[in-house]
Design a protein around this ligand. Structure first.
Ligand code: LLP
Length: 431
């Protein structure tokens, strides 16, 4: 199910552009994003909400891949934006992202971050803990400003792919527990703050989720809480933010739902709960990261060395690895790949793909089936658009890769490859 676009030379293309041309022009490792696909994913979310007649904000979780160009595309697609740090917020401001559609997250927001958010009048702060409430109260008094917030709660549901677990008290560093009353305590505290306007609740149950059950259970928990607060405090939520986590296909083992089906399931359950509890339909916010960009990029690598261990395993090594994609090493994440310059040739050779770092764990793929591989071939790894570049590192002092956007048959460099000078830019001498 690789849905390949292959040209008459037998080369893999992205958005109509030959990937071997891109590898030549920009060198490797190279992230190549198909912007048309980013827009399609964004629109699948936005248009499904619109077609169901509910008010919604689709906030792109920029941790998945943040760059000025990416945030400009998000802005063009009328997305909102989830940022989790001052760096992500700074990038958003540089991209001139509309501040009223930026939401700030984080389990340890510091004074500087909160001040930056307040100074720039960002749309919403997702309150995570009591310390943050104190800091925010203080800052708002100094600046004579007001802010809209959501309360992040842990509903006791944790979902991963097909599994979800239900717990009374979730053992998580994020948010306020519903079960032990912390959420209600925070709610009452926020209600006393003149300058802080509580718009509703937020929860995020996990990432790379393939089914809707976990979301549905979370929605039920949130509505139980909202019903309780309505009864006790006459509180009505304007906003319900259900976080991100919508899964994508990395390999054929993965079987995610089409994006519109996640949206339909959420909206259906919320409408049901609203009827049961006699409430108004709140605005529904979601925060997809991976589902917007994950399947929109390939990483191109050049194949270098080769090692064959008879009766054991074959290895090829590429010119990147855990520095541009930590996910296999960190999560045992699986990927699929082909030889971009031999995309029409039959797969006859089984080999594992190693990275170039001095680290045995730096393996990108195990026992991949490829055409006969030679040094200089271009390996294209699929679905690297989320948490690839954004989690990349300088380990072994590898400069970070370059990023290219493709749209309308045109390639545009959007992040330059780092240079060796970049690597030592902040180094000071000690002679
Ligand atoms: N909202 C919140 C509050 C989150 O914590 C996250 C992800 C998202 C939204 C976006 O989730 P997504 O739609 O991308 O699944 N580095 C890991 C994923 C970590 C996700 C952390 N939070 C990976 O590479 O799989």
């Amino acid at each position: 199910n690789k849905q390949l676009e292959i040209n008459e030379k037998g080369h893999l293309t992205v958005g109509g552009v030959d990937t071997t041309y891109l590898a030549d022009k920009y060198s490797t490792p190279l992230f190549v994003y198909d912007v048309t696909k980013i827009r399609e994913n964004a629109r699948a979310f936005v248009e499904t909400f619109a077609s169901l007649g509910v008010k919604a904000q689709v906030a792109y979780a920029s941790k998945a891949f943040s760059s000025i160009a990416m945030l400009q595309v998000a802005k063009q697609e009328n997305l909102s934006l989830d940022v989790v740090s001052q760096g992500e917020l700074y990038t958003a401001l540089q991209a001139e992202f509309p501040v009223e559609k930026i939401h700030l997250h984080g389990n340890n927001k510091n004074r500087e971050e909160l001040e930056m958010a307040i100074q720039h009048n960002i749309g919403c702060i997702v309150i995570d803990n009591f310390h943050e409430i104190d800091l925010l109260t203080d800052i708002l008094a100094n600046y004579e400003k007001e802010v809209d917030v959501l309360l992040r709660v842990t509903p006791g549901i944790e979902a991963h792919t097909h599994d979800y677990i239900l717990t009374g008290n979730e053992d998580s560093k994020f948010g306020f527990d519903i079960a032990n009353g912390q959420a209600e305590k925070a709610f009452r505290l926020l209600n006393q703050k003149d300058r802080i306007h509580l718009k509703g609740l937020h929860c995020h149950i996990g990432s790379q989720i393939f089914e809707t059950d976990g979301f549905i259970m979370a929605i039920r928990r949130l509505f139980d809480t909202l019903a309780d607060w309505k009864r006790k405090y006459q509180f009505e939520a304007n906003v319900l933010n259900l976080g991100g986590g919508f899964g994508i296909r990395y390999t054929n083992e993965d079987d995610p739902l089409p994006l519109n089906e996640y949206v339909r399931a959420l909206v259906t359950e919320i409408k049901k709960q609203v009827t049961i509890h006699q409430m108004d339909v709140p605005e529904i916010w979601i925060e997809p990261g991976r589902a917007i960009v994950g399947n929109t990029a390939v990483t191109l690598y050049s194949v270098g060395s080769k090692k064959e261990i008879p009766e054991v395993r074959n290895y090829i090594a590429v010119d990147g690895g855990m520095t541009d994609n930590i996910r296999p090493a960190l999560y045992q994440a699986k990927y699929d790949a082909i030889l971009a310059n031999k995309a029409d040739q039959p797969n006859t050779y089984t080999t594992s793909v190693a990275g170039k770092c001095c680290e045995s764990g730096d393996m990108l793929m195990w026992d991949l089936l490829l055409p006969s591989v030679e040094s200089g071939d271009i390996l294209a790894v699929f679905s690297t658009g989320a948490y690839g570049y954004s989690m990349s590192s300088h380990y072994n002092r590898f400069p970070k890769a370059a990023v290219v956007f493709i749209e309308n048959d045109k390639d545009t460099l959007v992040i330059r490859r780092e240079t060796y000078q970049d690597l030592v830019r902040n180094d000071l001498s000690y002679e």
